[in-house]
Every structure is written in C-alpha cells, then in structure tokens.
Design a protein around this ligand. Sequence first.
Ligand SMILES: *Cc1c(COP(=O)(O)O)cnc(C)c1O
Length: 483
Amino acid sequence: MKYISTRGQAAPQAFCDILLGGLAPDGGLYLPEHYPQISPAELAEWRELPYPALALKIFLKFIDDIPACDLKSIVDRTYTARNYRYCRPGHDAAEITPLTTLDPGFHLLELSNGPTLAFKDMAMQLLGNLFEYVLEKRNETINILGATSGDTGSAAEYAMRGKKGVRVFMLSPHGKMSPFQRAQMYSLQDENIINIAIRGMFDDCQDIVKNVANDAAFKARYKIGAVNSINWARVLAQIVYYFKGYFAATQSNDEKVAFSVPSGNFGNICAGHIARMMGLPIERLVLATNENDVLDEFFRTGRYRPRDSAETYVTSSPSMDISKASNFERFVFDLVGRDPAVVRELWAKVAAGEGFDLSATPYFARLPEFRFVSGKSTHVDRLATIRDVWQRHRVMIDPHTADAVKVAREQMGVGVPTPIIVLETAQPVKFAETIQEALGVQPTRPKELEGIENLPQRVIVLDADAQAVKALIEKVCAPAINR
Ligand SMILES: *Cc1c(COP(=O)(O)O)cnc(C)c1O
C-alpha cells in the first residue's frame, strides 16, 4: 500500500516513510492510494474479535512495511485494559471502547477511557509505540514540537513519555488551561517531556511552532517533528472504533447504523468516512459542531469559509473551537473524485483567505452519496443536554459529547435511522466548570486522579518569542549533539 498526496505533486510513499512527517512536500495530506474493501466474510469474522485483534486486522490492510508479528506486538501493547481503565463502573476495560446505551437504539461509544481522559489517546497511544519502533529501526531520534490548548498536548505527552528516541517540547498558554489540565501535563516528571508555558494565548503558541517549522535549517538540525491531527496514522487508528462500535450496537451485519461525531479538525469523522468507504454499513455520519460552525455550513450549503482566529468563538466545548479544519482536505479529495488539480485550485483559494463555494458544482450534487448530515450546538444547548442526560439516565457527559448528542437527537427527528452511536470524546472531569454550571455539582473523577493538582509541577515559563523557544531547544539538545 502506497500513500499519495491530495495535491498530487509528491512521490507516493510507504507507511513508515510518512509516519514521522506531517504534510506532504507539496503541501497536501497523505491518503492511501485506494481504500481496502472489506468482504462480508471478513466483516462476519471481525464481529467476534477483541479490540486489539480487530485493530491488527484493519492496520494490516494499510501497513505493509512493518512485519505482522511486530505490528501485533505494538497493537497488543497499545490497546490494553490497563491503559483504558478509566471506564464507567460496571464496564469491562478490556472492551477498550465500551458502549453505554441511553435509550433503545441510542448509544454512547466511550472513547475517553485512556490515560488523559480524551479520545485523542486512542490514536496518540498507538503513535507513541509506532514512533519508538520506527526510530529504533532507523537509529534516528525526533524532537516533537507542539502547541496545545489542552487535550492534544496531554495526549501526546502521555503517549511519548519515556519513549526512546523521542523528546516532546509542548507549548501551552500560561495560565489559560484548567487546573486539572495543567496538572495532567506539568506533573509529568519524565526527562523527555518538556513543558513550556508561553506568556500569551494559544494562537501565540501556534505561531511559534509555525515559525520554528519554517526555519528549515533549524528543523533539520534538531529533527523537529509534529504529532498534529493531520498525521495519517492518527486517522488510521481512529477507523478501528467505528468497526468496534458498529459490532457493539448491532446483532448482524445486515443492519445499518449512524454515528454522531463532535467535530473540530475533521480528524475523527474522517476516519468514519474511510470506514464507510471500506464497506462498513454506515447509513449516516452526523457531523456536530459548536458555535464554530464552518463544517456545518459546508455540509448544508457547499460553502467552505474558514474564519481567522479573531472570528473564532471561545466556547465551553473548547477542543472544537476550530475554524480551519485541517483534515477536511482529505474528504474533499474524495468528494472531487480524487482529482488533485481540483484540490490544488480549491486550497489556493483557502490560502488566499477566500474559502470556496461548491454549491453550483457537480461535486455538491454528489455530496449525498457520502451520507453526511450536520448540525450545530450552542452553550445553552450543551447545558440543557448535559442536564437532560444526567436527569434521565444518571450518566454524566462532557460538553463535546453533549454537542453530538444534541445534534444526533435533532437529526433523528428528521429521519436519521437508528441505531445511532454518539462518539463520547472526553470525560466530564476535564471540563468541571461547565458541568458545575449545568448540574450544580462537581464531576466525578477516577480515584487515581484525585489530588493530581497537588503534585509537584515541572514547567518552564517563556515569553511569546520564537527565539527563546529555539534557544531552549538548543540548550536541551546540546549534550546529545556534542557527544
Ligand atoms: C479533538 C477533540 C474533538 C474534535 O475532534 P476532531 O478530530 O478535531 O474533529 C472533539 N472532542 C474532544 C474532547 C476533542 O479533544
């Protein structure tokens, strides 16, 4: 299996060659040259498999440059009950992504039982083990530089901590994260994890990362890498739980389901799109946004109008406060019949700050074939949904999951069939303020994580200055380079 760029001007690559990188050299995103098709016989066999075995079957369709026995050992180490132990009482952690049924035909798929209590762990944990494996094979090292407003940074750090050949420099806005999120990241004492609090906002952190990445000499000298959501292996890892969720919510492979996905960068739902393209019987993909509704607008109107950061709302589902969906290009590549010339033309408009409008094109007429519907949710909706699910089911959900529940219910009212599976992307404890506002109580948290705010923290505070960050990277890396 080779990987091709959505912009069509980069050489096809094998899986391990795109694993450590981000964008293709032509500025596009990598996708497999074709989507493997799953036969009815395979689907029947897969229904019975535990999570790691299912993951291996799926990964083997996409990865042909890691021996199957090595891949098996990576997958078995990644998807363990111990690693996903923060599940709801009464659930079996070995399920990895257990299903919670709210009403008949209306389910939550728990994706947030990993070490940082958000669904990003599902992919990042795999990435950590894959990176370590490939770097060791190639006798290479990497310095991951990232910016986070919360979930991504902690997921990356827990995935990479203690990994050989990997160092993480993670920028976060000083004083802007919740005390719980701060504690999660800054209490890590691993030598290869370097937390940097920037005196500024998330955008300042993001700008510094871009600034460093644009310095080609520095980037090469210090082997700077990224783990952002455009990484193909992250999308790949997320395909697995669509299969797992489908099997958990149905009795036979003749049934069809809908998934409802709280969306920001279009990574999670992109994996659902690919699962459907592989032949998983998904009748509808319900895309839910918050007040930042760029994607909802596209699926309703055919217009894609990325906003700049000044037009991005700060909401109570902050991991979806995104106004340029970085994985969206992958879907559009499929929508335009995988014609890279069309993608290049559209993204030239995006780069010029214009966005694009497909409403009068044949592509928009084809959109229904892809089975997407969409809707948006607001702070008031979020609070009402958290309250309703708590009062009727005694199940506490986080604000992002609430957005997807709200839109799923709305879509059921206009004909989206059941069963419908809502992807639960974080645990409520990460967003205690909103839970308090909705329910008047503090969210419950796993026993092991009680009091983490009191642990000693390790963080370096710097001004919003790329030079200062570069100097720090040089200083930390210096001994290794001089040796
Ligand atoms: C990242 C994140 C999302 C959005 O997922 P995308 O793949 O960016 O669409 C939703 N909910 C939570 C809790 C997240 O951390």
